[in-house]
Design a protein around this ligand. Sequence first.
Ligand code: DAH
Length: 364
Amino acid sequence: MTDAIHHLSAYDDVTLDQAFATLAAEVTSSVSLQDPEAFRLLWLGRKQGRLKLISDAWLKSAPAEARKPLGIRFNQLKQQIEVALEAPVAKPAAQGIDITLPSTIRTPGIPHPLLTTMDRVVEVFHHLGYSTSLGPQVESDFYNFEALNFPPNHPARDTQDTLQIAGQSSKPSRDRLLMRTHTSPVQIRSMLEGPPPLRIVIPGKVHRNDAADATHSPIFHQVEGLCVDTNITFSDLKGTLDHAMRALFGSAVKTRFFPSFFPFTEPSADVQISCIFCNGKGCRKCKHSGWIELLGCGMVDPAVFEAVTAERRRLGLDPTPYDPARISGFAFGMGVERIAMILHGVSDIGQFYTGDLRFLEQFA
Ligand code: DAH
């Protein structure tokens, strides 16, 4: 490190070069060990700074002809010190560790807003005694369509632009694989797994051959629900969904049910909620109607219970529990992206998938 100033033994070039090389090395090593102010004081301090001391010791007693070579080297040293002070990030490493580098800060991750929304929906139903069921994203035609009362070649299939898995044409149509277009096939899987009473929610990813735009994505998420028991009525469906919508969007929200069609429910309905942006008065978000369409639902079509009964028989299971003469049920399905967009005021569905931290950090 920095030693006391000793007197120069001679003023020839070799001696001067050596003496200043030693000083330059001292500057280099001291810059990384101290804060800039201490470094400045050490070298440039007016009374005790090393430059002042060196100048006193060497310059003043130097013979006339040594003044110039000394002065040049002296100025170079001063320049080196000033450069080091101006560019602290360029300081060299001390003992192999560069303490001037920014530290690696790892910010903790957060759940994706779509997962948070999906969890919120699922939780509302958990509080009502529902449990969660899951199913595969690669699904067979039987579960995705046939058992849900979409017969082969029926026009109802056209409402879901299906992504087929290649090389399936040699299989019987019911075994052909596709990417599930909705979470409804898990209704069938769950009814094959056990007898009623059944109260389940089914969160999951679904796939359609849809072009992406501000409100559509070929891959999106749904939460499905199924309730099967004796004496389940449309009133149960209405009360359940009315409660769920108020739990999700606030207790002031109203629901209304519009006649609709799904092959696997009869009657079927679309559920609308009063616009949460204008309280139903009418605004741009609700296209001035005061209502926002949110989900599909209905009473499980007896044809679905019959398909389950036939499949249970085919698999050697007890066929009686889903006899449509003894039980009834309701089902519903909703899009997670749509709910997340409404809850968070997101206008482009694509934002959920880009991984752009400027978007995602808003949910931290
Ligand atoms: N599976 C329907 C779809 O993807 C949504 C749906 C509507 C699900 C009515 C249901 C239901 O369970 O009862 O468009």
